[in-house]
Write a protein that binds this ligand. Structure first.
Ligand SMILES: Nc1ncnc2c1ncn2[C@@H]1O[C@H](COP(=O)(O)OP(=O)(O)OP(=O)(O)O)[C@@H](O)[C@H]1O
Ligand SMILES: [Mg+2]
Length: 335
């Protein structure tokens, strides 16, 4: 289990003539991922998803806040002592071209981490090769076909599966999958999602799923929790089905109304929430971060930042002064 409390991250960006500016990538994010659970983080580009995923996997530092892994606060440990905790949280790179070393065969790629694992767990060399084959079968590819090949000799889907097999070499407790917008091959994307779901069921690994697409978040973690991020702040959080079927934050409502079809779960209603402006990181930081784009904003929203508060359901929270269930009409699919 991993929890984050008040996780904050600021980047200094080298700017134009005016010099650098700072971007608040995360503004005090709280989250919990339970053992075997599924948590999705969704939000539009630049809201801080990748930053959070990298922090969860121990690949990025944070400015303040606390990460607790299996009861151990990471701030209490020196960086080197944190490694064993973060090693069991594996980030899956969504670009299998850059994630795999082109000069190594798949056998060599899997051998290196498995040899280390064998030493740690006092296993024999024979175990290394057996395990490599076992992991490839687990991710649905024929070991005999891929082991001796180089990444460029494999299809994109197979490369992606090899990346997942490599993540499994350390017996992870958690997989963090950051779905980038650049993954355009739909059938490959769907088969990878199905595999992640399957691994969660079969191995009991927990899954953190990062996406801009609410429909994939629902597919991967229908029994899990959904966090909606907006400009580095969690604006809504709850059970995935709960948030999707009864969104209470206008931002979530606007995300949902951009989806062509959601299997008819939404009640078509009179209101369709459409942001009144495009996202602009230069929008004021005072008050509610969404206020400038929100059709329901009032003076209070511009002056005061709403905190995440529970609504009618204890397990469903949202950061909005005017939160209420609004029916969303999904935007028609463009033929
Ligand atoms: N290494 C960095 N240096 C400077 N700024 C950064 C860096 N990484 C991220 N940022 C900024 O932090 C903010 C959050 O970025 P992040 O990559 O986490 O967003 P994201 O939600 O993953 O977006 P996307 O959907 O496009 O992948 C953005 O404004 C981004 O420009
Ligand atoms: Mg990203």
């Amino acid at each position: 289990m991993i929890t984050g409390t008040g996780v904050t991250k600021t980047y200094k960006q080298r700017g134009d003539v005016l010099g650098g500016r700072t971007v608040q990538a995360l503004r005090g994010v709280d989250f919990t991922v339970r053992k075997g659970g599924a948590v999705s983080f969704i939000g539009e580009s630049g809201c801080g998803k990748t930053t959070l995923g990298r922090i969860i996997a121990g690949l990025e530092t944070y400015d303040s806040g606390e990460i607790v892994i299996n009861g151990v606060p990471m701030s209490a440990l020196r960086p080197r002592r944190r490694q064993p905790y973060f090693r069991r949280i594996q980030l899956i790179h969504q670009d299998p071209y850059s994630a795999l070393n082109p000069t190594r065969t798949i056998h060599q790629t899997l051998r290196a981490p498995l040899t280390l694992r064998a030493r740690q767990t006092r296993r024999s060399d024979a175990w290394v090769d057996d395990r490599a084959e076992e992991l490839l079968s687990l991710v649905g590819i024929d070991p005999g076909y891929v082991l001796g090949r180089y990444p460029h000799q494999l299809s994109g889907g197979m490369r992606q599966r090899v990346v997942i097999a490599r993540a499994l070499t350390v017996d992870p407790e958690m997989l963090v999958a950051d779905e980038s917008v650049s993954m355009i091959d739909v059938s490959m994307r769907l088969s990878v999602l199905a595999l992640l779901k399957d691994l969660r069921e079969r191995l009991g690994v927990s899954l953190v799923f990062i996406t801009h697409d609410i429909a994939t978040a629902r597919y991967v973690g229908e029994d899990g929790e959904l966090y909606v991020l907006y400009r580095g702040q969690v604006v809504e959080r709850g059970g995935t089905e709960q948030v999707i079927s009864a969104p209470e934050h206008p931002y979530t409502q606007s995300l949902l109304s951009a989806i062509p079809v959601l299997h008819g779960l939404e009640q078509p209603g009179p209101e369709r929430v459409v942001p009144t402006e495009a996202l602009d990181e230069r929008h004021p930081d005072a008050g509610c971060l969404f206020a400038r784009r929100c059709p329901f904003r009032t003076e209070r929203c511009e002056a005061e930042r709403p905190a995440l508060r529970r609504g009618a359901d204890a397990s469903h929270e949202r950061a909005c002064f005017h939160a209420q269930r609004r029916s969303v009409i999904p935007v028609e699919a463009v033929a």
